[in-house]
Design a protein around this ligand. Structure first.
Ligand SMILES: Cc1ncc(C[n+]2csc(CCOP(=O)(O)OP(=O)(O)O)c2C)c(N)n1
Ligand SMILES: [Mg+2]
Length: 744
């Protein structure tokens, strides 16, 4: 076999193995009989599983050949993992699946569950980055299918475990809140991953949260499938580690199955699946696999692994074992098996050829179309649609107690009122996070919700932001409206990938077939008097600004908070969007603007038929053209105070523009406001190199107004210190006045 690459050698190995096989042939079993004596697998199922395995293998082989011809753009394969077809066979196509990248055989097998589907052609379209690829529309090679409940996953290993658990929990939660679930009540969530990935923090948090859930006797029907091939790219997993690490965890029920042998593995997989479905307990299936043909087409194992080791691994190819079962059982002769092998190879190449001739993504607009869908009219109609009046009267107490009938109140109260209203309007809304239930949140913003809407809709989670956002994705996957809370902006950062890599990417990578809409509430920004230091006064906004498709709104006053929340919920419902509602902590309780007791930062509660247009800012003193101040959040009241002083000093009419929407920045709105400005000031409480101001300034410059006299007041590139020292690093009223002085 000189001159062959390892893929060609594995291919040859199969053919030679069949040709040279010399075992005893048994009496051919009937389709419903065990394929081999004592096996839980019947002959009919074996025949189909074998075919799924061969489809997967030939897709891999085809990809290796056509990659070099630039007709295929992905070579991470499934070879050695074909045993995962058993998991697909033993579960339903309505069991939501979050799959490892070595899931070719799982997919081929799941494709059988619905008529008229062709796994070979669909995969070929995906490999070829064809715009006709039914999974992602040519955006990525993903395992995904809308009708088959396979939600496409990113390449970030382990990042899908939290949402898989979230989906499992959501299956049960739907029943508790009377939500009509799109999948049957006794569904389970399936989640596969590699042995190396099981060590990842994101995986571990899902295992922990699953156990935490089942320990409390709450259902969490998730099947974690660890496909253990003993290696991660080139790093070996210590022998026995997976069993050692997972077999004795309480509240995570461990099962082992031999994924290299369909005859013995099938009953073992069946036991795990049945256990998960029946007990609704988190189940860990340790599936033995191997890795044939390296990590990917680019991994030339021959360069870094001893040849003896390679040969030994290749000898453990599960398709050789499947071939032996096929021959020994008498279901296939050598000739018929080799004919099947070649027939499937032919189909894969033919599909690849056809896929190569299909259109690719060639227009930018098409590439980004599913990223951030926006239907302004429908969103506004949904945002201004009031919930049931009866429900409101019941929740708020009486017509006199409705929030719009109350005197002006501060931000925290109006957010609280708006959340109560959203809960009246959307029976599928859920609010969860750390301390949000009985306590009503650290700042009492969620006070009363738990009492009014009960534990099934308002609940505390375990302390883990990754898991909070994973749960949110799970609820969203099943059509609920999650409103998770991240207690402080600083603590978003350790879970950021769940939004950046996962939630915000789903519409893009699924060509908008799957959506996980949510409104994430996040308390943040600086200026808390006498409390906190950095982690409670984090002003880092850039981590939110570079997430494609995300919407970030930041209200500075109570009425805006209410109308903005309605729009965010409508964006979720109508367009499936993921958004962040950034609540400036220091303004929660702020009542006064200019002088103590003036009550000028209190606002009335807008009636439920009012909402805010996405991207629209609030303008104070539209006629003010001598100086236009662009700002947001805490910068708004600061700038309004400074404006008074600037008018007194320089006689200028000053306009203050509250951007309100930080992502995406409304560049047209900014340009329109800049156009009539004689001087421009940007007041940005973010950091010098990573705030919002850079975006505002760019918008102004690109609109052609760069020549206007201009100043920026911005935070310093530092962590925020404790107590009074914080005010040294954050912009203050005086800094704004001083900047105006420089402009004068
Ligand atoms: C978070 C993250 N870190 C690193 C990588 C790069 N990477 C891709 S696959 C892989 C190894 C995974 O090994 P394992 O989980 O055992 O799965 P296998 O490939 O063996 O099936 C690594 C390190 C990644 N995709 N995601
Ligand atoms: Mg591995």
């Amino acid at each position: 076999m000189k001159g062959l690459n390892r893929a060609e050698i594995c291919d040859q190995n199969f053919i030679e193995f069949v040709r040279e096989w010399e075992g005893r042939v048994e009496a051919r079993p009937a389709p419903s009989d065990p394929v081999l004596e004592g096996s839980a697998l019947d002959a009919g199922s074996f025949v189909e599983l074998l075919e799924s395995q061969l489809v997967s293998r030939h897709l891999d082989l085809m990809a290796r050949v056509l990659r070099v011809q630039n007709k295929v753009f992905y070579t991470i394969g499934s070879s050695g993992h074909e045993g995962n077809a058993m998991v697909a066979r033993l579960t339903r196509h309505t069991d939501p699946a979050f799959l490892h990248y070595r899931s070719g055989a799982f997919m081929a097998e799941r494709f059988r569950k619905l008529p008229g589907m062709d796994p070979i052609m669909d995969s070929a379209l995906s490999f070829a980055a064809s715009s006709e690829d039914p999974a992602s529309g040519g955006r990525h090679k993903v395992w995904g299918s809308k009708p088959l409940w396979v939600l496409p996953q990113t390449s970030t290993i382990a990042s899908h475990l939290p949402k898989a658990l979230g989906t499992a929990v959501a299956i049960e939660q739907a029943r508790r809140i009377g939500h009509v679930s799109p999948v049957p009540d006794d569904s389970i969530a399936i989640c596969s991953f590699g042995d190396a990935s099981s060590n990842h923090a994101t995986a571990q948090t899902a295992f922990n949260a699953a156990a935490w859930t089942s320990y409390q006797k709450l259902p969490a029907p998730v099947l974690f499938v660890c496909e253990d091939n003993g290696i991660g790219i080139s790093v070996k997993t210590p022998g026995g580690w997976i069993e050692r690490n997972f077999s004795t965890r309480q509240d995570l029920d461990y099962f082992y199955a031999d994924g290299l042998d369909l005859a013995s593995g099938y009953g073992q997989v069946q036991a795990a699946v049945e256990h998960c479905r029946r007990t609704r307990r988190p189940t860990f299936l340790h599936l033995r696999t191997t890795r044939i043909m390296g990590h990917a087409g680019t991994d030339f194992e021959i360069e870094w692994r001893p040849i003896e080791e390679l040969v030994a691994v290749e000898a453990g190819d599960p398709l050789l074992r499947s071939a032996a079962i096929a021959l020994q059982s008498g279901l296939y002769s050598k000739d018929s098996l080799l004919a099947l092998y070649e027939q499937i190879r032919g189909k894969c190449f033919a599909a690849a050829d056809a896929a190569d001739r299909t259109p690719k993504l060639t227009r930018l607009d098409d590439v980004i179309a599913p990223l951030a869908p926006y239907s302004p009219a429908e969103v506004m109609a949904e945002a201004t649609r009031s919930g049931s009046e009866d429900k409101r009267l019941q929740v708020f107490g009486s017509a006199e107690k409705l929030p719009e009938a109350q005197p002006p109140r501060h931000l925290a109260i109006q957010i609280n009122n708006a959340l109560h209203d959203l809960f009246c309007k959307y029976p599928e809304a859920l609010l969860f996070g750390e301390d949000v239930a009985q306590k009503g949140g650290v700042y009492t913003v969620t006070k009363g919700l738990h009492k009014a809407f009960r534990n099934s809709r308002v609940f505390n989670t375990l302390l883990d932001e990754t898991m909070i956002l994973g749960l949110a994705q799970g609820y969203a996957n099943l059509g609920m409206l999650p409103i998770p809370e991240i207690q402080y902006l600083a603590y978003f950062h350790n879970a950021c990938d769940q939004i950046r890599g996962e939630a915000a990417s789903l519409q893009f990578f699924s060509n908008n077939q799957y959506r996980n809409p949510m409104v994430v509430r996040m308390a943040g920004l600086g200026y808390q008097r006498g409390f906190g230091g950095h982690f409670h006064n984090d002003n880092s906004i850039s981590a939110l600004r570079d997430i494609p498709g995300l919407v970030v709104g930041c209200p500075s006053r109570g009425d805006d908070a209410a109308t903005m929340l309605r729009t965010l919920a409508a964006l979720a419902k109508v367009d499936g969007r993921v958004s962040i509602f950034l609540e400036p902590i220091a303004l929660y309780m702020t009542k006064d603007l200019y002088e103590a007791g003036d009550g000028q930062w209190l606002t009335g509660y807008p009636a439920p038929d009012q909402a805010m247009v996405l991207g629209e800012g609030r303008v104070y003193e539209q006629q003010g053209e001598d100086l236009v101040v662009f700002t947001y959040g805490n910068g708004v009241p600061m700038s309004l105070r400074a404006a008074r002083e600037i008018t007194r000093k320089h006689g200028w009419k000053v306009r203050v523009v509250d951007l309100r929407w930080l992502v995406p920045l409304n560049e047209d709105f900014i340009a329109a406001q800049a156009k009539s400005a004689k001087r421009i000031l940007v007041v940005d409480e973010g950091r010098h190199s990573a705030g919002v101001g850079e975006g505002v300034i760019t918008a102004i410059a690109e609109a052609g107004f760069a020549a206007r006299p201009f100043q920026r007041v911005v935070g310093v590139d530092t962590y925020t210190p404790l107590a009074g020292a914080a005010l040294l690093v954050l912009p203050g009223d005086g800094d704004i006045v001083a900047a105006a002085d420089r402009l004068a």
